[in-house]
Write a protein that binds this ligand. Structure first.
Ligand code: TMP
Length: 210
């Protein structure tokens, strides 16, 4: 794909501050008059948001392979409908999660295998991989406490998993951050969002002169 846009992704365990950072970055770039799209996975389009409702529904059992294929279906729609056209138009796309979440959640934590999930990711994502990925790191204890305090809402199907699952997710992301280029691991543990935001801007200015 010949694109002149920029694709930025935020990943990390539950409550790591991805959504906050994605929003802060969106506002920052908008203020600088960039054409920016803020989106999320699973979601970002009507169909993908409907699939999200199934995936996060609390009272249903979904088998790991079904779960993976639902995330990938939502992703296929998201890429075709939003991400690819926006990048081709030269926009900056910021996504709150993308294909590495499948590697970590379904591949590593659910046990389908990261290699297997990478194959499916490659089929779905093709040449639309991110230019840069920020992995925000937090312990499950602090991350889950943030969610509880923030929303007072009931945990969704994945947030509701046991602490061992969340520890595994964190390990999966740390593993991933070690092995890849264009990955920036940033700790949000005990830090205020503005400080993390500044660190992110510094990386982007250096790498892409934004
Ligand atoms: P969010 O709550 O961070 O928006 O993400 C929704 C949940 O879906 C979160 O628990 C992570 C999970 N997830 C996967 O398990 N696999 C995926 O591929 C994606 C994108 C999200």
């Amino acid at each position: 794909m010949k694109k002149n846009g920029l694709f930025i992704v935020f990943e990390g365990p539950e409550g790591s501050g991805k959504s906050t950072q994605a929003k802060l970055l969106y506002k920052y770039l908008r203020n600088k008059n960039y054409d920016v799209v803020l989106t999320r996975e699973p979601g970002g389009t009507k169909v993908a948001e409907m699939i999200r409702e199934i995936l996060l529904h609390k009272d249903i059992k979904i088998f790991p392979l079904t779960e993976l294929l639902l995330y990938e279906s939502a992703r296929a729609q998201h890429i075709q409908e939003i991400i690819k056209p926006s990048l081709l138009k030269g926009k900056i796309v910021i996504s709150d999660r993308f294909s590495d979440a499948s590697l970590v959640y379904q591949g590593y934590a659910r046990g389908l295998g990261m290699k297997f999930v990478k194959k499916i990711n490659d089929i779905v994502v093709k040449d639309t991989y991110p230019d840069i990925t920020f992995i925000l790191d937090v312990t499950p204890e602090e991350g889950l406490a943030r969610i509880k305090n923030r929303t007072k809402k009931k945990f969704d199907r994945l947030e509701n998993e046991n602490i061992e699952f969340h520890k595994k997710i964190r390990r999966g992301y740390l593993k991933l951050a070690k092995n890849k280029e264009n990955f920036y691991l940033i700790s949000t543990e005990g830090r205020i969002p503005q400080k993390v935001h500044k660190e992110i801007i510094k990386v982007l200015v250096k790498k892409f002169s934004l």
